[in-house]
Ligand binder design. Structure first.
Ligand SMILES: [Zn+2]
Length: 255
């Protein structure tokens, strides 16, 4: 399931007056411990995609508290309640990069670096969902992990020109994780859905967001017509519900 890269641009042009933005989501890097971590830090720091992600979030949302995305702690990816930080270790980049490399993912036309950063973006948005659920006491019902994936999918598709491409790359990562590891009992007990389910869910969001464009996407995956229709209905329902849930945190002057 491989897709060609489209240059990441915003759905709406950014305002040039940055003071209009809330600036309450920040990206910070801890000091690398070795040469490899330094390389990863440089790679992430030089990524336009991550800058655009932060700018887009700040120009469109104001949350009650500042949320720091901290790269380089020895744990994660996770949202840490007590510090209100999203933590992602440098090794997450390396492991993701290596997994794509092993799968020769660059043959898709997407470089290993781009694919890895796509997974970073989906992961940041997933953890951001945990953060805003906690900060605003959002009354969610059901598996928070699935809800966080739903948030990441809707934000990507609705706020980024090529968010669907990012989501497809990160869905490929779920498929690769799933191929790599055999299920055991812990996976069924775990709060997350299985990686292979997260793969199918992501694909379903992408298809549901634009069924005409993605009419061939589900063909090889044996989705029934009923299931495809449900992907469409669920996507619209998710968009409406997220915009309703987030209405108080969406900037009035959003771009
Ligand atoms: Zn989570």
């Amino acid at each position: 399931m491989f897709y060609k890269r489209v240059v990441l641009i915003l759905l709406f042009p950014l305002l040039t007056v940055s003071s209009l933005y809330s600036n309450n989501i920040k990206l910070s890097f801890l000091k690398p411990n070795n040469y490899f971590e330094k390389q990863i830090k440089n790679s992430l720091k030089n990524s336009d995609s991550l800058d655009i992600l932060i700018d887009t979030l700040n120009s469109n949302f104001t949350f009650k508290k500042e949320i720091v995305i901290e790269i380089g702690r020895n744990t994660g990816p996770l949202y840490e309640n007590k510090t209100n930080k999203i933590l992602i270790p440098y090794i997450f980049y390396q492991e993701t990069y290596d997994m794509f490399k092993e799968a020769e993912y660059e043959k898709t036309g997407i470089t290993l670096k781009e694919a890895t950063i796509d997974v970073f973006i989906q992961t940041i948005l997933h953890e951001l969902a945990h953060a805003i659920i906690k900060i605003h006491n959002l009354p969610i019902v059901g598996k928070e992990e699935d809800i966080a994936d739903s948030f990441a999918a809707i934000i990507l598709i609705e706020f980024f020109k090529n968010g669907d491409e990012i989501l497809l790359t990160s869905s490929d990562a779920f498929k690769l994780y799933s191929n790599k590891y055999k299920f055991n009992q812990e996976d069924f007990i775990d709060e997350h859905s299985l990686d292979i389910q997260r793969f199918y869910d992501s694909i379903c969001y992408v298809y549901g967001s634009y069924p005409i464009k993605y009419k061939n996407l589900l063909k090889s995956l044996n989705y029934s017509e009923d299931r495809k229709l449900l992907c469409e209905e669920d996507y619209i329902k998710n968009v409406n519900n997220w915009f309703h849930i987030l209405r108080n945190y969406l900037n009035k002057n959003r771009t």
